[in-house]
Write a protein that binds this ligand. Structure first.
Ligand code: GRF
Length: 217
């Protein structure tokens, strides 16, 4: 089996990127990150990539007239690296249907909630406002509808009485760093695919997302 070529898209600090870099370095992922692309200049995630000797690119969406022209340029840049897998790791852009279709079945995202709960932004505050007892993160295939593609793996954390959005986000992030490299490896090891709108692992259709339980539950 060939070592899979991964392109990671970021917009910020890149802690999920770091978790995947570390897992590749430890041979826990049968893949190699061939490029990290940010839509924002000078974010720390780019520095993490450079420190790991990974090629970096910045494509600033502000330099494009509209979403479609940005997405077309981004597609051309990504495709120049001939990736097997595109990983969205804190990439804060809504993508056009054309872009999503182009990477159908080979693009993953991590979202900080137990999908289908809390699609979109401010997930931690919304969970607190609702008095949710549990919260978490989900890794899913990307489809044109925002945060609605087949969910593969989720991690659940408890919501504590004195949590703020920040403390809850930090607790969720620890779990994100465990589940994202795991799913990336399943894909790279050719164990995971997306068919008929569902995720399949080891030849089994996942009727429900798999659950990774954090300590303390
Ligand atoms: C994570 O919470 C991720 O779930 C969300 O954006 C955040 C990115 O954090 N999509 P980082 O850039 O990986 O540190």
């Amino acid at each position: 089996m060939s070592t899979k070529r991964i392109v990671v898209l970021i917009s910020g600090s890149g802690s999920n990127l770091q978790a995947i870099i570390n897992a590749c370095a430890a041979n826990e992922v049968h893949g190699s990150i061939v490029a990290v692309i940010s839509n924002r200049p000078e974010v720390y995630g780019l520095e993490r990539a450079r420190l790991a000797g990974i090629e970096t690119q910045t494509l600033n969406h502000k330099n494009f007239a509209d979403r479609l022209s940005f997405d077309q340029a981004l597609m051309a840049l990504i495709d120049s690296y001939q990736p097997d897998l595109v990983v969205l790791a804190g990439f804060m852009r809504i993508l056009t249907a054309e872009f999503v279709e182009h990477y159908s079945g080979r693009m993953l995202n991590i979202h900080p909630s137990l999908l289908p709960a809390y699609k979109g932004v401010h997930t931690h505050q919304r969970a607190l406002d609702d008095g949710a007892k549990q919260h978490g993160a989900s890794v899913h295939f990307v489809t044109a509808e925002l945060d609605a593609g087949a969910v593969i793996l989720q991690a659940t954390v408890p919501v504590l009485a004195d949590d703020t959005a920040e403390t809850l986000a930090a607790r969720v992030l620890v779990e994100e760093h465990k589940i994202y490299p795991q799913v990336v490896n399943w894909f790279c090891a050719e164990r995971l695919s997306c068919k008929d709108g569902a995720a399949w692992l080891d030849g089994q259709r996942l009727a429900e997302p798999l659950q990774f339980k954090a300590e303390g539950l």
